[in-house]
Design a protein around this ligand. Structure first.
Ligand SMILES: C[S@@+](CC[C@H](N)C(=O)[O-])C[C@H]1O[C@@H](n2cnc3c(N)ncnc32)[C@H](O)[C@@H]1O
Length: 249
């Protein structure tokens, strides 16, 4: 626990890696397509499967088979509904998607295959150690949509939004870059609003309630978002802009 009662960041991963058995088509895509899309494992891979040496910095623009204008990152893409739609709508952008849940990866592979998307690369595990391998100011947008909420106070250190991870996202975003967080869990929304707007690198863009009640016009509904809406929970959409480095407070 730090001086301001923020629990220490918990670097272990508590989410699910496997669910029900994969469908045969998904299994096949894990053999054929996944190896072409998957990024090497970080030096701090907790399973001892590291493929990158400590200190290696990747060039994100060079990860794609053709030139891209910018790179966007989606953390915890779930079944990939949002990322696949963004990738199709923005063919000039390269997408890095991080997701440890095999069944989610399987769903995304189906979409990549069916739509012939060539601007997606995948990190198949907890994104946090991988972020150490990305250079400063390399991402134009970072999406964190419906992150696992960990609503109990004693689990707050497991939430992705934390002072440490905000420093990391601030390091990775270009000046003026965008960090989008959506959640239907009010504990997580309050938690994010407690930490992000006071971070010297971030500016919360909302002017009024319609800004946090309305999904971004260029985004599509994700699986968890649809579930929240079905169950009567109104998601909140938070947009933070990365301040230019020379104006940081
Ligand atoms: C509640 S689901 C939301 C999925 C999707 N974004 C949506 O809106 O439908 C949260 C997802 O984040 C993934 N996740 C949790 N911690 C993660 C981490 N450290 N790195 C990458 N993905 C993570 C989980 O595996 C899970 O699929």
């Amino acid at each position: 626990m730090s001086a301001d009662n923020t629990p220490a960041v918990d670097t272990r991963f508590y989410g699910r890696r496997k669910g029900k058995r994969l469908k045969p088509m998904q299994e096949a895509l894990f053999e054929t397509l996944f190896p072409r899309l998957v990024l090497p494992r970080a030096a701090k891979d907790p399973y001892g499967k590291a493929e990158l040496a400590e200190g290696v910095v990747l060039d994100p623009m060079a990860l794609f088979p053709r030139p891209v204008r910018a790179v966007w990152l989606e953390i915890g893409y779930g079944g990939g509904e949002h990322m696949a739609a963004q990738a199709a709508a923005n063919p000039d952008v390269g997408f890095i998607g991080a997701e440890p849940f095999l069944n989610g990866i399987g769903k995304l592979l189906r979409k990549v295959d069916a739509q012939g998307l060539d601007n997606i690369r995948l990190y198949g595990d907890d994104v946090r150690p991988f972020l150490d391998h990305l250079p400063d100011a390399c991402l134009e947008k970072v999406f964190l949509l419906f992150p696992d909420p960990w609503p109990k106070a004693r689990h707050a250190g497991r939430r992705f939004v934390s002072p440490h991870n905000l420093d990391v996202v601030a390091r990775l975003l270009v000046d003026g870059g965008e960090f989008r967080v959506a959640s239907d869990d009010m504990t997580y929304v309050r938690w994010t609003l407690r930490h992000a707007p006071v971070h010297p690198a971030f500016q919360w863009t909302a002017q009024g309630p319609s800004d946090w009640r309305t999904r971004w016009p260029d985004a599509i509904e994700s699986r968890y978002e649809a579930k929240a809406l079905r169950q009567g929970r109104q998601p909140k959409y938070l947009q933070f802009l990365r301040r230019p480095r020379d104006t940081e407070g």
